[in-house]
Design a protein around this ligand. Structure first.
Ligand code: AHM
Ligand code: MG
Length: 336
């Protein structure tokens, strides 16, 4: 604790590093770099409403520069920060078709692989609704010094070293886990630091919020349809009817459910037969956080973290959140 009685993200990372005698600090530096990228993106997100004044994306701003879309800015921010850091050999981004071996001076020797969704829920930017960044970190499989490859990236969630997200909401928060519980940090804009605000987050085992795009109800699997009927029935003993909450920004829906308890569902639909959300960039990292907080995450038939990825942009159905609620959805899917 310092004189303000807060623990900053930087202090927390160093404290944790000291618990591992052999840690050389590279991983700590990588986490710190992600925190720096998050702060810059947070600043840009907070200026988003000013595009009318500063120039819309695609236009030229008053300084004569091209104005870029925020998701592109966020993507570039990660590429440049992680290239400069040198701990990461290859980055995979939801914004990029293929993997990006990083070109920083030390990147080829970097021990880590990072996957990011730089700005998830970006359709919500223009209407001032919360959006987020999602990240996950793996150890590289190829030899340091060689060219990293797709197999370095296509690792199952069981191999994660860390994962987390940043939510740009009424405040900016960074939530992450290294496999030893979940901690949340709120950005204090007055000192420009993420401060530990939510230590050791545990999600409720049972709750009454369900988050799903019910507009798709006609085209989702029968078991999920049945669940959506079940949640609306009146039954005091099981706290029903439940409450529907769906922002359409996965990070924000997930974050609320993590703290209050709930279940988030993005099932297979007629339009997206494998679900909409991406395994590497969205489902694995969020499932890791859910489990680390005591929750659960599955496709309905398989634990998300057990899936061996086959494609960079693979999509999967996902049911995640409070354990008993996830179990109930799965039970109804299995009845069909
Ligand atoms: P994106 O990566 O293109 O932003 O899409 C992902 C988003 C999630 O944040 C959200 O849960 C989902 O899409 C909402 O989809 P829908 O509008 O089909 O309900
Ligand atoms: Mg996304």
């Amino acid at each position: 604790m310092n004189e303000f009685n807060v623990t900053t993200l930087g202090q927390f990372i160093i404290q944790k590093q000291q618990e591992y005698t052999f840690a050389k600090g590279e991983f700590s530096r990588l986490l710190r770099d992600i925190g720096i990228a998050a702060k810059v993106i947070s600043r840009e997100v907070n200026k988003a409403g000013l595009t009318q004044i500063l120039g819309d994306h695609g236009s030229i701003n008053v300084q004569g520069e091209d104005v870029k879309k925020l998701d592109i800015i966020a993507n570039e921010m990660f590429i440049s920060t992680l290239s400069a850091g040198g701990e990461v050999c290859v980055l995979a981004s939801e914004e990029e078709d293929t993997i990006l071996p990083l070109k920083g001076t030390f990147s080829k020797n970097g021990k880590y692989v990072v996957c990011i969704d730089p700005l998830d829920g970006s359709s919500n930017i223009d209407v001032n609704v919360s959006i987020g960044t999602i990240f996950s970190i793996y150890r590289r499989l190829s030899e340091p010094g060689t060219e990293p490859n797709l197999q370095d990236v296509l690792q199952s969630g069981n191999k994660l070293v860390a994962a987390g997200y940043v939510i740009y909401g009424s405040s900016t928060m960074l939530v992450y886990s290294t496999g030893n519980g979940v901690n949340g940090f709120t950005l204090d804009p007055s000192i420009g630091e993420f401060c530990l605000s939510h230590p050791d987050i545990k999600t409720p085992t049972d709750a009454k919020i369900y988050s799903v795009n019910e507009g798709n109800a006609i085209e989702i699997p029968d078991g999920v349809k049945k669940y959506l009927d079940w949640v609306k029935q009146d039954d005091k003993a099981t706290n029903r009817p439940y409450s529907a909450r769906y922002i359409g920004s996965m990070v924000a829906d997930f974050h609320r459910n993590l703290l209050k308890g709930g279940v988030f569902i993005y099932p297979a639909t007629a339009k997206s037969p494998n679900g909409k959300l991406r395994l590497m960039f969205e489902c694995i990292p969020m499932s890791f956080i859910a489990e680390q907080a005591g929750g659960k995450s599955t496709t309905g038939s398989e634990r998300i973290l057990d899936i061996e990825p086959s494609e960079l942009h693979q999509r999967v159905p996902v049911i995640m959140g409070s354990e008993n609620m996830v179990n109930k959805v799965v039970e109804m899917i299995n009845q069909n």
